[in-house]
Every structure is written in C-alpha cells, then in structure tokens.
Design a binder for this molecule. Structure first.
Ligand code: AMP
Length: 212
C-alpha cells in the first residue's frame, strides 16, 4: 500500500505518519527530516539545502528528485507512506513516473484538513526532543513531560518554526502544494480527513479509511 499525507505545515502529517509506522509497519519517508539530516552533516549539499529550508522555501527539484527516485527503487517495504512530499505538481509527476516504472500506483492521498488559525500556534510551540527526535507541543503535551525535558535541556526548536518563516511556508503551501490536491482529486485518490481533532481521533479516522 502506498500513501501520501498532504496538508499545511503543522497539520499533523508527521505525527500521523509515525503512528502508522509504529502500529502498522509502514516505512515512513519524511522528506523534511531527511533534508535536516543532510544539513546536520555540514556538507556542501547540506548548506545549500539549509539556504532554502531556513527561509521556508522549497528545495530545488533536482535534489528532491534524486532522493525520491532512490528511495522508491530501493525500498522493499510493502507499506510505504510519504510525508512532506509531493510539495508541487512537478514532484507529484516525478513520483507517479518512479512508481509506474515498478508497476505501482499511489493508493491513497490523505489530506489533513485543518483550520489555519490553529496552525501558527502549533508551529511556534512545536519542539523536538534532541535525544529521541520525538515531537512535543509546549501547550498541549503533558506539562510534566515538558518540564522534565526542559530541565534536562533536551527540547529544541526547528529553525523554520518561527512566526516569520511560517508565513513563507504557508504561502508556498497555498501556491505550490494546494494544486497537488487537485492533481490527486482528478486521479480519484484524494481523501479528506478532519485534522482538527485529538491526535488519537485523527489516527482512528486515518486507519478506518485505510481499512486497518
Ligand atoms: P517539513 O519538515 O515537511 O515541514 O519541511 C521543512 C522544509 O524542508 C520545507 O519548508 C522545505 O524547505 C523543505 N522541504 C521538505 N519537503 C520538501 C519537498 N518535497 N520539496 C522541497 N522542499 C521540501
């Protein structure tokens, strides 16, 4: 089964993808995390990538294309999900072609629909545990856990999770990624899920959709 998660920054794509990975063994292709891992190596490529991600802009297609083609050709997993990809129609076409080469098709595009007023708060309060990579929210995650991680100096904020960069990310989403919704609607694989509920409720609805 091959699925993609779509939705604006902060809509919960990564969180839902992690739940499917843990509960149903999906291989999770998280474009943003892979790009951040390359940045962390300090390579020339990483520095080039950071010059886009730090401003909330899309990384050029040639970098993304290579990552995605390599992954699609090499993965052996039966269940795959993409999160943070495709971000525009060109990327959607790249994925289509790479899958077709292997005789595969996308099964579900899951659009996490969300009230945009909630997004900024989700983004600016988002933190990562630098030891485990787990995502927390300063407001909605259990206060005790947040206090414990803060005391251990383990919580970090992504460079692009600021109010200023968020504005650009939302604009890029509206201009470039929203047309991907139409692309999948035309193919008959687009499914909307209300992302404004608790994490567990959204997860149940995603699983129901996928027949899991
Ligand atoms: P994310 O972790 O999905 O919020 O992505 C963080 C940043 O990584 C984005 O703002 C982009 O700069 C970059 N990025 C992630 N996925 C893609 C993609 N598919 N194409 C281009 N840039 C991307």
């Amino acid at each position: 089964m091959i699925i993609v998660f779509l939705g604006p920054p902060g809509s919960g794509k990564g969180t839902q993808a992690e739940i499917l990975r843990e509960d149903h063994g999906f291989e999770h292709f998280d474009t943003g995390s892979r790009l951040r891992a390359e940045i962390a190596t300090g390579s020339d490529l990483g520095q080039r990538i950071a010059s886009f991600t730090n401003e909330g802009k899309l990384v050029p297609i040639e970098i993304i294309k290579e990552m995605i083609q390599k992954f699609i050709r090499e993965t052996k997993a039966e269940r795959i999900m993409f999160d943070g990809f495709p971000r525009n129609r060109e990327q959607a076409q790249v994925m289509d072609e790479a899958l077709k080469e292997l005789g595969d098709d996308l099964d579900y595009a899951i659009y996490l629909e969300i009230d945009e007023d909630n997004l900024l708060q989700r983004i600016i309060n988002r933190r990562f545990d630098k030891e485990t990579g787990e995502i927390y929210n300063l407001v909605s995650s259990p206060a005790e856990k947040i206090a414990e991680l803060k005391a251990a100096d383990r919580l970090i904020q992504r460079k692009d999770d600021t109010e200023e960069v968020f504005g650009t990310r939302l604009k890029v989403y509206a201009e470039e990624t929203v047309p991907v919704l139409d692309f999948y609607r035309e193919q008959g694989v687009l499914n909307k899920i209300d992302g404004d509920h608790d994490i567990e409720v959204v997860a149940q609805n995603v699983k129901k959709l996928l027949g899991l």
